[in-house]
Unconditional design. Structure first.
Length: 302
């Protein structure tokens, strides 16, 4: 009887820890819904960025949206539509400009994106500082997912729906380009530009909740973690979405129970998933590599 009561208390405590914040508070439910929308939109795009070895380009794009967001903030304050339009324009413009520089000069594409990344970040921070204080700067850089309103949630849901629809259309050519670099860029530039635009659009949507510095984390880290668990692209995409949603859920709980900043808590949770996958994943992890080498060494000596 005592053991039954003890087990019941443990289950109650576990429920209180894992579920009660979302049951009792509407803003926590909205934050979790935002995590779901961001996971569905960002994680599949992140998978293709990893496959195409464009992870650092994704980081550059996440910083590239900041000047546009900051310009929108200067014009209309914390207006979601204006900042979103500014972020999309700045991100797409930076991507096109970086690509043009790499084609017309001796500068390689990675160096071009790195240069514009630093310029964009400094420009955005300067613009924000002209009008806002440190609170506004922290909000735009690191986000505030616990303060997501209905308009932001609708934007993220719309972007996730549009992103999945477009990915379904361009899935085959992007897969080909992942294993034949340059195919989309030179054989079908429209597809390449559409894919970059899709990455920018998802970063702008994630910016609404995680800020410009943290948005790239929820796009890339789940994709990197999923790479260690599946052999097919579809499998990696599915696992990446699950990891992104899990990271959002656990990150929100850590933020709630331990008063941590929500955006960094979500990204750190995704980072822990990467470390676990790196150590113990079923595809190419350290555990698999050392196990394989151990068997190979034993067979060679026998």
């Amino acid at each position: 009887m005592h053991r039954t009561l003890l087990t019941g208390n443990r289950m109650t405590n576990l429920y209180d820890y894992l579920m009660q914040p979302f049951v009792e508070f509407a803003f926590m439910r909205r934050a979790l819904a935002a995590c779901l929308a961001v996971a569905l939109g960002c994680a599949p795009v992140g998978v293709f960025l990893v496959l195409r070895r464009m992870s650092l380009m994704g980081d550059a794009l996440s910083h590239a949206i900041l000047p546009g967001v900051a310009a929108g903030y200067l014009l209309a304050g914390l207006s979601l539509p204006v900042m979103a339009i500014g972020g999309i324009a700045a991100g797409v413009g930076t991507a096109l400009l970086s690509g043009a520089v790499s084609r017309l000069t001796v500068l390689q594409e990675d160096a071009s994106f790195a240069a514009f990344q630093m310029i964009s970040l400094a420009t955005g921070v300067t613009l924000i500082s002209l009008k806002g204080g440190s609170v506004d700067l922290m909000h735009l850089l690191f986000g505030s997912i616990l303060a997501v309103d209905d308009a932001s949630l609708l934007l993220m849901a719309a972007v996730a729906t549009l992103s999945l629809s477009i990915l379904a259309v361009i899935y085959r050519p992007v897969i080909i380009d992942s294993f034949d670099p340059g195919y989309l860029r030179y054989g079908g530039g429209g597809w390449y530009a559409l894919f970059l635009g899709l990455a920018v659009l998802n970063l702008v949507a994630a910016f609404q909740s995680l800020g410009s510095l943290m948005a790239i984390g929820i796009m890339m880290l789940p994709a990197i973690a999923a790479r260690f668990w599946a052999r097919t692209v579809a499998g990696v995409m599915a696992i990446a979405v699950v990891v992104a949603l899990f990271s959002g859920w656990i990150g929100l709980l850590l933020s709630w129970h331990y008063r941590l900043p929500s955006g960094p808590a979500i990204v750190l949770t995704a980072g822990c998933c990467v470390l676990v996958s790196l150590l113990a994943g079923s595809q190419g992890s350290l555990w698999v590599r050392f196990g394989f080498y151990g068997r190979h060494y034993s067979e060679g000596n026998s």
